[in-house]
Design a protein around this ligand. Structure first.
Ligand SMILES: NC(=O)c1ccc[n+]([C@@H]2O[C@H](COP(=O)([O-])OP(=O)(O)OC[C@H]3O[C@@H](n4cnc5c(N)ncnc54)[C@H](OP(=O)(O)O)[C@@H]3O)[C@@H](O)[C@H]2O)c1
Length: 304
């Protein structure tokens, strides 16, 4: 498995496991994580908010036996805490971040984090205070590197200019190609993109028809449901293996750090790894032809 290196030297497997869809039963989650390791995946993405901390608990306890392996990298996220009514409350304050990291370390069973990311945020946040929290955690050796997860150009721009982020996590796939517009700036700052939603909840898999009906019945972004179906059919004429196509599209960008693909079953994981391997065989001509058949999406909000 190819590795992509962050500025701090942390190596991420080019295909990472998005742990959000593992569920809360460790008996179901463990085989998926174990299989990911067998398949050469060494980067695992979680967040304190996933299943109210249970996801970090599960990831931590399954990966505990690999703690001697320096190549296994876990990234988690902070910024939302659960209010008493169970709803997430946004809090990017330094006091909160520096307290919350202790909970993530405990649940993951670690004494430091490889990668800590701000889980969202707006331009109205106390941005310099938030950045200072991450800088301090780095200086204190509690985190090795930090990043943000955002789809807001104004927020991303601020962090690129005023912080030491090493990663930007954003939804990114052949259909949701909005991040393309950010990539020159991201790459210039030697920041790596963590592409979440690479198979677009199953739309870019062999299960595309079902995913289209179940998850995109209202359409998405500039696409109506019908347009999305037609576009999927049209790119399938070029390459039937939609997952390999979207993985090839993502790896064609120099700024890519890792493709964070989720899986709720071992079979899905196996299929995703196989399609990642096959993606290397897709020609540039096919990629260009497929890219020409999808819309050029742009971020329309949070620009300033
Ligand atoms: N703001 C953030 O930071 C943020 C937000 C969202 C996600 N994430 C991270 O990114 C990861 C991936 O995001 P995502 O789950 O939205 O996107 P995704 O990887 O595009 O979709 C994962 C889902 O797609 C389906 N799927 C995956 N492989 C499949 C296959 N081979 N065949 C058929 N269906 C397949 C499964 O749905 P079913 O389970 O329905 O079968 C799976 O749960 C998450 O796990 C999480 O770690 C971060």
């Amino acid at each position: 498995m190819q590795k992509n290196v962050l500025r701090s030297g942390i190596e991420l497997s080019e295909l990472g496991l998005g742990c959000m869809s593992l569920g809360t039963d460790i008996k179901q989650a463990e085989p998926i994580i174990e299989r990911a390791i067998e398949q050469g995946i060494t980067y695992f993405d979680t967040a304190d908010i996933y299943d109210k901390g249970v996801n970090e608990d599960i990831v931590g306890s399954v990966l505990k036996k690999y703690q001697d392996r320096s190549d296994i990298v876990i990234g988690t996220k902070v910024g939302n805490h659960l209010a008493d009514d169970g709803y997430p409350l946004w809090d990017p304050s330094k006091a909160y971040i520096k307290e919350a990291v202790k909970g993530s370390l405990k649940r993951l069973g670690l004494d430091h984090l490889d990668l800590y990311q701000l889980h969202g945020g707006t331009i109205d946040d106390p941005l310099d205070e938030t950045i200072s929290a991450f800088d301090e955690l780095k200086q204190e050796g509690i985190v090795r590197a930090y990043g943000i997860s955002s789809v807001r150009p104004n927020v991303i721009d601020y962090y690129l200019k005023h912080s030491d982020i090493e990663t930007l996590m954003s939804q990114f796939n052949l259909i949701d190609n909005r991040p393309e517009a950010l990539l020159d700036d991201v790459h210039a700052k030697k920041v790596k993109v963590l592409a979440r939603g690479p198979v677009f909840k199953g739309l870019l898999t062999t299960n595309s028809n079902q995913a289209l009906d179940d998850k995109f019945s209202e359409g998405v972004f500039d696409y109506t449901y019908q347009e999305l179906g037609e576009t999927i059919a049209s790119i399938k004429e070029i390459e039937n293996n939609l997952s390999s196509l979207t993985f090839n599209y993502l790896t064609s960008h120099d700024a890519l750090g890792s493709i964070i693909v989720g899986a709720s079953h071992v079979d899905q994981l196996d299929e995703n790894v196989e399609n990642y391997k096959r993606s290397k065989d897709i020609s540039l001509e096919k990629l260009k032809a497929a890219r020409n058949r999808v819309k050029n999406l742009e971020y329309t909000q949070h620009l300033k």
